[in-house]
Design a protein around this ligand. Structure first.
Ligand SMILES: Cc1cc2nc3c(=O)[nH]c(=O)nc-3n(C[C@H](O)[C@H](O)[C@H](O)COP(=O)(O)O)c2cc1C
Length: 193
């Protein structure tokens, strides 16, 4: 499953974690509904506060009006490549617990975890995705009838099978082949005594 975007790491990190990356070059091949259901099932095994499972996904397949409508909600920098994906997902976080309708301050935390779990499973199926925070908020809320008092939009996610990086124009082609990088562990950890 290892590919050119799989990073070299100092420690022995599980391939499940390393294989996911944010792709932009997607092939014509469409993801089956069965496979999509498997990705959502994987997402559902994320942990969540009180096991509330505050994630919800609205999704559409390429070629449908809904897919087109989702693409149109994206910012200009995302549209040229995201429109080639097989499926577009809108990731929503339910703001309140079922129990007494109390505010769930962990809603976005838990939805982020579910999204990453979905994408890790996707990579195991040779499906790559790209989370996108670059979208028009008001347009998206209106287009999909989302009540912001009930749901917070986490991001869009495009999913698809990979195609050659050369299919992308500048500046996306360079980004598709650039090595992935991360801060060193020491930059974001502090051991106390
Ligand atoms: C919440 C979120 C929003 C993002 N929004 C965008 C976006 O609008 N456009 C884009 O090209 N990439 C976007 N990204 C992708 C990040 O740039 C990418 O995850 C990061 O550079 C690390 O690369 P990797 O995912 O390949 O490891 C987003 C990622 C996340 C998690």
């Amino acid at each position: 499953m290892s590919h050119p975007k799989t990073p070299q790491t100092k420690h022995d990190i599980h391939p499940l974690i390393l294989d996911r990356w944010s792709a932009r070059s997607f092939s014509e091949k469409s993801i089956s509904e069965e496979t999509m259901e498997g990705l959502f099932e994987a997402a559902s095994w994320s942990a969540s506060s009180m096991n509330e499972q505050p994630w919800e996904y609205i999704y559409a397949e390429k070629g449908t009006d809904a897919f087109h409508k989702m693409v149109e909600c994206l910012m200009d920098g995302n549209q040229p490549w995201a429109k080639n994906g097989s499926h577009m997902l809108l990731s929503l976080a339910k703001r309140k617990f079922e129990y007494k309708g109390r505010e769930n301050r962990h809603h976005m935390h838990d939805v982020g975890a579910a999204n990453t779990t979905l994408l890790m499973q996707a990579a195991q199926n040779d499906i790559y995705g790209h989370m996108m925070g670059g979208f028009h908020m008001d347009k998206t809320l209106e287009a999909f009838g989302i009540d912001p008092a009930e749901h917070e939009i986490a991001c869009f996610i495009v999913l698809g099978y990979l195609d050659a990086p050369e299919k992308l124009g500048a500046p996306f082609h360079e980004r598709e082949i650039a090595p992935r990088d991360r801060k060193p562990v020491s930059a974001f950890t502090k051991k106390l005594s």
